[in-house]
Design a protein around this ligand. Structure first.
Ligand code: ADP
Ligand code: MG
Length: 309
């Protein structure tokens, strides 16, 4: 539903020379005259959907609000620069509660080396809402988009996946330095951050690039957190669809993978998990060669039948 609505809006818009890359990627790209491009992303986080004010400390909520945007800038292989933060506080909050959140935002901005350049503040009868718009920079033409994957490319991720709801969804480190190092040292064809789970986010790359994919089940790195608790899904299913891992997924010529993995000072661990093939859709191959569809069951922030989030 969410994606259909965005596609509908997109269909009503004409190409605009002031926008190099618009709706459909992790960030938009806007032209500049100084050899750079501006990279802009925005994310809205809501109490009860993305965090719970009764459970998650202000420091975690504030950090996440910035980190998800920093991760989207990393997903273009760009550098984050300055944030605008709009907040709607619940009317019931005390001044001290509000200050605690603002202090945590300032601390997190320092951690991620971004400026806070503005925003907007309101109160209402609903829950806490935080919107961050993050501006970044990339050398002109160097942003890595979702639409460049080519048949024959290796598909790689930067870390183990799954089970992030236990803890990592508030504690992850956006892969900014890793993305820039990869861009500078390899011929990245496509790049995305894993916010909704491989099966959903790889699907964005496949559709944007007009290609398909084969994943090797035994190569998917599974996080320890996906191997404990819960029993109705296997650890592999959780690694493929839990979401909120905020690792990077990228495609590149297979020769580059071998070369990069031999560089001892590489600041990033590279896990090859499959390959891009002609066609469409994603197939999972198990060790015995059995093929199953990877269903796009990632965590999508949509609306349920009652119209509630
Ligand atoms: P991500 O998960 O990487 O944050 P989203 O799924 O939120 O990305 O958004 C997908 C794409 O749709 C992005 O390019 C985003 O800018 C665009 N988009 C989402 N909501 C809107 C909206 N209300 N108006 C215009 N563009 C939107
Ligand atoms: Mg993203």
């Amino acid at each position: 539903m969410e994606f259909e609505l965005i596609d509908q809006l997109k269909s009503w818009l004409k190409p605009d020379a002031r926008v190099n890359l618009g709706i459909g990627d992790d960030c938009a790209l806007l032209p500049q005259t100084d050899g750079t491009e501006s990279v802009v992303t925005t994310d809205l986080l809501l109490d009860g959907v993305h965090f719970r004010t009764g459970i998650n400390p202000a420091a975690d909520i504030a950090r996440k609000a910035l980190a998800v945007n920093v991760s989207d800038i990393a997903a273009m292989a760009a550098i984050p620069v300055a944030a605008f933060i709009s907040i709607v506080f619940p009317r019931s909050w005390s001044r001290q509660q509000a200050e605690e959140l603002l202090q945590a935002l300032a601390d997190s901005a320092r951690e991620f080396q971004i400026a806070i350049a503005g925003g907007d503040t309101n109160t209402w009868s609903g829950g806490l809402a935080i919107n961050v718009t993050l501006y970044g920079q990339v050398p002109k033409g160097k942003a890595v988009r979702r639409d460049g994957a080519q048949p024959g490319d290796a598909i790689c991720v930067t870390g183990p996946l799954g089970g992030s709801f236990a803890e990592k969804q508030f504690r992850f480190t956006p892969r900014v330095q890793e993305a820039i190092w990869l861009r500078e040292n390899a011929d990245l064809h496509a790049l995305i951050d894993l916010s909704d789970g491989i099966s959903s986010d790889l699907g964005h790359i496949l559709r944007a690039s007009g290609v398909g994919a084969e994943l090797d089940a035994e190569l998917i790195p599974i996080a320890p957190a996906a191997q404990v608790g819960e029993s109705d899904r296997t650890p592999l299913e959780r690694a493929l669809s839990d979401g909120e891992d905020f690792e990077l997924l990228f495609t590149l010529p297979p020769d580059d993978v071998e070369r990069l993995r031999k560089i001892p000072e590489a600041p990033v661990t590279i896990f090859p998990i499959g390959r891009i093939i002609p066609g469409q859709g994603c197939v999972l191959l198990d060790a015995a060669g059995k093929r199953t569809e990877c269903i796009a069951s990632g965590f999508v922030h949509g609306f349920d039948a009652s119209g509630q989030n």
